[in-house]
Design a protein around this ligand. Structure first.
Ligand code: 5AD
Ligand code: SF4
Length: 482
């Protein structure tokens, strides 16, 4: 594959990307930026005056398409204004709404120049060139496509110390509430070499923590490196492989399906110090009847036993989940089973939703849809319980020393923000020269969504010399020290 193409477009152009939805979309947007930079595009925070605006959309929530159309209405005014001044603004709609709505978008919003789904991002320069030619512009690019992941991984610039890397896309699970298998398509995994190459490049830019992304990340089965003795690597093998990268200190992954949590992956939690003790493992419901109707492919008991095994490998793991209340046919008794499962599992954090009918999914046409006020009441009760559990988890950290990766400056001068191994945000007083380091922090208190702490006494308060950084030698690895 060659992508060092010359382009006749020498002038700088402004690119604005608005991103909705999941981390995968955030990642894709970064990737699109990387792809467009060599074509002369500079990223702008605002659509005002931009030459190209991309709406990277998400279809998982209700009214997603409507939000996109109202954003397009606002953009039309800016586009018209720019054209009146003799300029040009191209508007593109990308992501899952683009995939789902297709030509409907340009029919309803003629100001849109380009519509493309998640599988075509790597063709973006070609598509832009084509749109430009159709409008009479001259833009010559030569672009040969190999595979989406490799093309997108090139030229990626990141800021900060923590980055996301997509390793797998799409899903074949077909949960009956979910649009992902229709919008993101069948499951594809990226090769181990390509992931390793991208992460090495990120580490060279200062990244210390990587979160591996995939709609169904633990179904990963990518081509293994030559000579490894097996054709593909699962997620456990991939994590062990990536843990060998010098300069990379923390690994995370999301989102997982209970059915794909294999023994190798579970044991990695106990064995790989760089693998952070945090696991997002959605169960959606605690009722076997509802799990079946959702086509989740496991029972509540299977999930509970799985959590036991994971805790046996890594006792301090912070468990996170997703829940849906009010799936068609869910009775109060079914809901109580979800509450019971939550009580038994003990979550450190969680996301919960009212079921919403996604057109084209089996759930949307199921009988016994649950009344809205019933869903509201269940969601409130469920979130109350999950909040209590989150608070208890956070409170359990008070008084302990946690290794915190300092990621950004705080809102107050002299304050930095970081992340604990359990993905909690931690605020503390610390000097800027510590940014990007993993430091020992004594946790003092919990706030609603974060922790406050202080540097362990004497640590890093000077000018940045004469201290040893907390890393793998830290007592208890990157877990808790009490
Ligand atoms: N209704 C409500 N929640 C949904 N999710 C996905 N589809 C729907 C839907 N139709 C939730 C699930 C999933 C998370 C990403 O979004 O809990 O795990
Ligand atoms: Fe959607 Fe996740 Fe189910 Fe796949 S496993 S269909 S992405 S909820």
């Amino acid at each position: 594959m060659t992508r060092d193409s010359e382009t006749s477009l020498k002038t700088r152009k402004k690119l604005h990307i608005q991103t909705w939805g999941c981390q995968m979309n955030v990642y894709d947007s970064q990737r699109m930026e990387g792809l467009l930079r060599p074509l002369g595009y500079e990223v702008s925070d605002s659509p005002e005056g931009a030459d190209l605006v991309i709406l990277n959309t998400c279809h998982i929530r209700e009214k997603a398409a409507e939000k996109v159309y109202s954003a397009l209405g606002r953009l039309k005014k800016m586009k018209d204004a720019k054209e009146q001044q003799g300029g040009q603004m191209r508007i593109a709609v990308a992501g899952c709404v683009a995939q789902a709505e297709g030509a409907e978008i340009t029919a309803r919003a003629p100001q849109v120049d380009l519509v493309f789904g998640p599988q075509s991002y790597h063709k973006l320069p070609e598509m832009i060139a084509l749109a430009a030619r159709q409008k009479g512009d001259i833009l010559e690019t030569e672009f040969e496509v190999e595979d989406k992941f490799d093309v997108l991984a090139k030229d990626r610039k990141v800021e900060g110390y923590s980055a996301f890397v997509t390793i797998q896309e799409g899903c074949d699970k077909f949960c009956t509430f979910c649009v992902v298998p229709y919008t993101r398509g069948a499951e594809v995994s990226r090769s181990v070499d390509s992931i390793t190459g991208e992460i090495r490049a990120l580490v060279a830019q200062g990244v210390r923590e990587v979160t591996l992304l995939g709609q169904n990340v633990n179904a990963y089965h990518g081509q293994s490196p030559a000579g490894s003795g097996s054709e593909t690597f699962g997620l456990g093998a991939l994590l062990r492989h990536l843990a060998k990268i010098d300069g990379l200190d923390r690994l995370r992954f999301t989102t997982s399906h209970p059915r794909d949590m294999d023994e190798d992956l579970i044991s990695a939690f106990g064995e790989e110090e760089k693998l952070m003790p945090y696991l997002h493992l959605p169960v959606q419901s605690g009722s076997d009847k509802i799990l079946k109707a959702m086509n989740r492919g496991h029972k509540a008991e299977d999930y509970l036993r799985l959590i036991e095994k994971i805790r046996a490998a890594r006792s301090d793991i912070a468990l996170s989940g997703d829940f849906i209340v009010g799936f068609p046919g869910e009775t109060q008794a079914d809901f109580e089973e979800t509450m019971a499962l939550i009580r038994e599992s003990q979550y450190a954090s969680a996301f919960s939703f009212k079921y919403s009918r996604r057109p084209g999914t089996p759930g949307a046409v199921m009988a016994k849809q649950v009344a809205e006020d019933e869903k509201d009441a269940r969601l409130q009760a469920l979130q109350g319980l999950l909040e209590e559990q989150k608070h208890a988890f956070n409170a359990g950290c008070v008084g302990k020393v946690l290794p915190v990766l300092l990621e950004s400056k705080g809102r107050i001068d002299g304050q930095l923000n970081g992340r604990s191994p359990y993905l909690q945000g931690v605020h503390l007083a610390a000097k800027d020269h510590l940014l990007g380091q993993i430091v020992p922090v004594r946790i003092l208190a919990t706030k609603t969504n974060s922790l406050t702490g202080q540097l362990v006494s004497g640590y890093g308060q000077s000018d940045g010399v004469g201290h040893t950084e907390v890393g793998q030698g830290f007592e208890g690895g990157q877990g808790v020290r009490s």
